[in-house]
Design a protein around this ligand. Structure first.
Ligand code: TDO
Length: 187
């Protein structure tokens, strides 16, 4: 397993070790002690999967009172996955990172609490699976608009975007109520 810091040092890109043989391949998608030792501190309470078609963009989402760190991966298709540091007081406030996750590169992204998260689907279909460090609370869902001009995420182009009405009506980071943004807590 290889773990690398992204340009946002708390967001980690993880490449599992793949054991290939004549039958196919094997890899560990999560190993508590190995991941913890290598800087993925979260204990996970919920596993999710979403299925999406080409051009779907989900995000940018975060949770506040019940913050979720997420360990995300793609088991079918290709997505461009994005994390944004939206912690008030962070030296990287408003900065983003993006990684292509696919069924063939097996990469994972670790997104800590306090970051907004989203992805766009670049293949015909995509299955997106992720572990979360807290349970889903429907009244604790927040978000930032995907095309916030200040954050300026360089999303790969698709022919036709497919975004939920809920996600289309999210505020920009500047419009968001600062009381409803996570706070930076240096270690
Ligand atoms: C996230 C979630 C949704 N749901 C329900 C609520 C709703 O009826 C339906 C679809 O929810 P959403 O539209 O919010 O699904 P989606 O847009 O896929 O939401 C996800 O987006 C990515 C980018 C994230 O980072 C996740 O944390 C999560 O916010 O599923 C759950 O029951 N449990 C959950 O944990």
């Amino acid at each position: 397993m290889n773990i690398q810091k992204t340009n946002l040092p708390e967001v980690l890109e993880i490449t599992p070790k793949v054991f290939s043989d004549s039958r196919g391949y094997f890899l560990e998608t999560y190993h508590q002690s190995r991941y913890t030792t290598n800087g993925v501190p979260a204990q996970f309470l919920q596993d999710n999967r979403s299925h999406s078609t080409y051009g779907v963009l989900r995000g940018l989402h975060y949770q506040l009172k019940f913050p979720q760190a997420k360990l995300v991966r793609v088991t079918r298709g290709v997505v461009f996955d994005v994390a944004v540091d939206i912690r008030i007081g962070s030296p990287n406030f408003g900065q983003w990172t993006g990684v292509t996750l696919s069924e063939s590169n097996n990469k994972q992204l670790y997104i800590p609490e306090g970051f907004a998260h989203g992805f766009i689907v670049l293949s015909k279909e995509a299955d997106f699976e992720y572990k979360c460090s807290d349970f889903y609370h429907p009244n604790d869902e927040y978000g930032i608009i995907w095309n916030d001009p200040t954050i300026n995420i360089q999303w790969p182009e698709v022919e036709k975007l497919n975004i939920s009405n809920k996600d289309c009506s999210l505020p920009t980071l500047n419009q968001a109520n600062t009381e409803l943004l996570p706070k930076y807590e240096p270690n």
